[in-house]
Design a protein around this ligand. Structure first.
Ligand SMILES: Nc1ncnc2c1ncn2[C@@H]1O[C@H](COP(=O)(O)OP(=O)(O)O)[C@@H](O)[C@H]1O
Ligand SMILES: [Mg+2]
Length: 483
């Protein structure tokens, strides 16, 4: 996740497709070119040697130098290839970001800015191409010039001397030259191939950097498996400190939290306090720098990642919906049933009911088969939130993590969602929710007040409100939205 937050998706896609295209281009042609030209070189070399050994000796003398030159050119060309692809990746990143945020761009009236940004990126790309093209061409030109000079000058001198002494006829020399030219063409194509391969190699290193990346968070080889039947789990943060990669400030500092089965724990605090970060660590999207995160007493790092994610249901602040049907969106991530369907109809309908999504879904023209539009753009914020909750409910996971949105829900659906959170806990699930709503906070069994990455207060809402010095009473509750 950290990697994807630091690299734009557009640039990554561009690097993956572009780099692999170039590798493919060269590799497709490589064997054929290699074999034909190698054969050509060898055959003509033998014929040349038969026609005139002395001349042939002079012709092949600079061969090591020619190899060295091809290597050098190959390296430089490879470097340019990487530069060009990076510039192109930037172009694609700008374009895909602008398209993904098309609405925001329009509303801000920032089309011109985006066009300018895009033109700048293209301009830079063209600059790189111009630069590299110029350097590459001149390099190739010079190297072939030097190469030819090294071969031709001694050859001509020798030939003239031999002809003058009457040891070689002009006709013989012409025959020899014809052979030499064909041989050289073969050699040049081999050198050309070599540069191409060097370029592909340089580019492919970048490609494999991407495809072979080891995730920061991964299962250990001896990871523990969770019992499939574990329906009740307890989660705990024990003395956890966490810093985002590349940041100096601690996002969480010595945080200890515990949530038991059947309990709703609400994380409250101002924006930037660290609520989402706690959820992120509980879902093991990152590992803590200090301390441990435990699931039923076992360090998350020792648990098989697949098992862990299966026992999790996460409702994110910005629900990730796909341009597929309502049904597919709710069933997303569920195992296939025996009929090959992802999730049974009954399970999906039950989840939709519990999350109060059923009413609006059934009112859609195609009901559960209605497609949502890209990222669920055809739904209101509250509807998207309810679908995300339905997805979490359909998972039947023992641990539910929610990052509650502040604005997406209207009063009525907020009440419904708060109710369904309580219902989840009543079934023995453990619920940790970053709460922005009074309705949710009021129903939570316990509140944890975060400030600047630290827990400053803990207790039931009643207890906190009763304390005279309460930060919760003074700062947090007045800021909760309650409509
Ligand atoms: N991806 C990230 N990279 C760097 N810093 C981050 C990232 N996400 C959050 N932070 C920082 O971590 C701190 C806690 O953020 P967060 O947990 O999102 O707060 P909350 O959810 O309570 O609003 C903030 O100071 C925020 O700027
Ligand atoms: Mg947050």
């Amino acid at each position: 996740v950290a990697f994807f937050e630091q690299n734009s998706s557009g640039a990554l896609v561009s690097r993956l497709t572009n780099d692999s295209d170039q590798m493919q281009n060269v590799l497709n042609r490589a064997p054929e070119t290699l074999v034909t030209n190698l054969l050509r070189c060898v055959i003509y070399l033998v014929m040349m040697a038969q026609a005139h050994p002395q001349l042939t000796f002079v012709s092949v003398l600079p061969l090591p130098f020619a190899f060295w030159l091809a290597r050098k050119t190959g390296k430089v060309v490879g470097r340019f290839g990487v530069m060009q692809n990076d510039a192109l990746a930037r172009v694609n990143a700008v374009a895909s970001e602008a398209l993904a945020n098309a609405k925001a761009v329009q509303l801000a009236g920032a089309e011109a800015t985006e066009v300018k940004e895009y033109s700048t990126a293209i301009g830079r790309y063209l600059d790189v191409i111009k630069q590299t093209l110029f350097k590459e061409t001149s390099l190739r030109f010079v190297s072939s010039l030097v190469n030819d000079a090294c071969t031709d000058v001694p050859l001509m001198l020798l030939a003239c001397w031999l002809i003058a002494r009457g040891e070689l006829s002009v006709g013989q020399f012409y025959t020899y030259r014809t052979l030499l030219l064909t041989y050289r063409r073969g050699f040049r194509e081999l050198a050309e191939l070599f540069t191409g391969v060097s370029r592909a190699k340089a580019v492919s290193q970048r490609y494999f950097e991407l495809t072979d990346r080891e995730p920061l968070v991964r299962s250990q080889s001896n990871a523990k498996h969770l019992e499939a039947s574990s329906v009740r789990v307890e989660v705990e943060l024990r003395g956890v400190s966490f810093r985002y990669p590349g940041q100096d400030v601690w996002a969480l500092k010595d945080v200890s939290i515990r949530a038991r089965p059947g309990e709703v724990v609400a994380l409250v605090g101002s924006s930037g306090a660290g609520k989402s970060t706690v959820l992120r660590l509980l879902a093991r999207l990152a590992d803590p720098d200090e301390g441990t995160v435990l699931l039923s007493g076992v360090d998350l790092r020792e648990i098989d990642l697949g098992d862990l994610r299966r026992c999790l249901a996460v409702v994110d602040q910005d629900p990730a919906l796909f341009d597929r049907t309502v049904r597919e969106n709710i069933a997303y991530g569920l195992p296939e049933t025996s009929e090959g369907e992802v999730g049974s109809d009954e399970r999906i309908r039950r989840a939709a009911k519990a999350s109060r999504a059923a009413d609006f879904v059934e009112a859609l023209p195609a009901g559960y088969e209605e497609r949502l539009g890209e990222r669920g753009s055809r739904l209101s914020g509250g509807q998207r939130q309810r679908l995300a909750i339905a997805r979490a409910m359909a998972r039947d996971a023992p641990l539910v993590l929610m990052d509650e949105p502040t604005s997406a829900l209207d009063g009525e659906s907020e009440e419904a969602v708060a109710e369904s959170i309580s219902a989840l806990a009543a079934q023995g699930r453990t619920v940790v929710v970053a709460a922005h709503r009074l309705g949710t906070v009021a129903r939570a069994d316990r509140l944890l007040v975060l400030e600047g990455g630290m827990i400053v207060e803990e207790g039931t809402r009643k207890e906190l409100l009763a304390r005279p010095e309460s930060r919760y009473r003074a700062v947090v509750e007045p800021s909760l939205s309650s409509d």
